[in-house]
Design a protein around this ligand. Structure first.
Ligand SMILES: Nc1ncnc2c1ncn2[C@@H]1O[C@H](COP(=O)(O)OP(=O)(O)OP(=O)(O)O)[C@@H](O)[C@H]1O
Length: 262
């Protein structure tokens, strides 16, 4: 197997007396879609924040394309090729859709904006390239018609697409998606599934996906990792994992059946 895009080795993170993530190993291979699931409070969001550098682990190591990135700040991970989407949308609702893409690009990469304000040639060239990329992505996501509209005028489903397009601005090789189906209607969930698959197939993207909607996990994931109380309790193919008695037991009482039908 080629070097995985992401490898988490023995990751532990505590909050006071709570061990939110406990000695977790996780591998995302190149071009793979790996699901991270588990009942509420099992440590998924903490793990995502550890992967992207919003949090640092107390123990363990992260490798990105074989390089140790443990302790690197978020923007350095973005430069290395990592992007994320947020469970609660973080769009600038008064800005246009296109400006959301451009601004996020500058903020994530910590580059360009000073140059462009000062009118430096390198900055201007980058600004033009970013604008071109934004337009291409808006077309790819079928959002061209909304480019100049304030994000607030879009439906939640459309805003989720903007969030994904925004993540793509930095040309990531690993996209970490935090509950992309949250709040979407069933037809929009179908669209999302197709779109995430296309992201992988057309851009060769690797994806780490946290998701409660089991249909999304079953349809998309090559491999699933299950957390419970911070511990990895199972992993494998989605169909086998959701039937694993240990996993079913962990979900009982936390609305698993309702979600599995979602
Ligand atoms: N900043 C924090 N301070 C203290 N405890 C925290 C913090 N963040 C998470 N925790 C605790 O860590 C554990 C894991 O929480 P986390 O949010 O990672 O779970 P989750 O699987 O993402 O849950 P959900 O599915 O509800 O989003 C929980 O017990 C939570 O209360």
């Amino acid at each position: 197997m080629s070097t995985p895009i992401l490898e988490a080795r023995g990751i532990t993170r505590r909050f006071g007396g709570v061990v939110a993530v406990n000695d977790v190993n996780l591998v995302v291979g190149k071009g793979q879609i790996v699901g991270l699931i588990g009942p509420n409070g099992s440590g998924k969001s903490t793990m995502v924040n550890l992967v992207t550098g919003e949090l640092n682990p107390d123990e363990g190591q992260f490798l990105f394309e074989g390089q140790d990135i443990t302790g690197l700040p978020t923007y350095r991970r973005a430069r290395a090729g990592m992007a994320r989407s947020f469970q609660l949308l973080r769009l600038f609702t008064s800005l246009s859709v296109e400006d959301n893409l451009l601004l996020a690009h500058h903020m994530r990469m910590k580059t360009g904006i000073v140059d462009s304000i000062l009118g430096r040639a390198s900055g201007l060239a980058e600004e033009q390239a970013a604008r071109r990329r934004a337009r291409e992505l808006l077309a790819w996501f079928d959002l061209e018609a909304f480019a100049d509209k304030p994000a607030s005028e879009l439906s939640i489903g459309q805003q989720r697409m903007v969030e994904l397009a925004r993540g793509m601005m930095s040309e990531p090789t690993l996209f970490v998606l935090d509950e992309p189906a949250a709040g979407l209607s069933p037809p929009n969930v179908d669209k999302l599934i197709l779109l995430i698959r296309r992201l992988r197939d057309e851009f060769g993207m690797s994806i780490l996906l946290v998701e409660h909607v089991m249909r999304v996990v079953r349809d998309l994931c090559d491999h699933v990792v299950v957390l419970d109380s911070g511990v990895k309790i199972a992993e494998g193919k989605p169909d086998a994992v959701v039937k694993d008695p240990v996993v079913v037991e962990a979900y009982i009482g936390s609305g698993w059946k309702r979600r599995a039908q979602g």
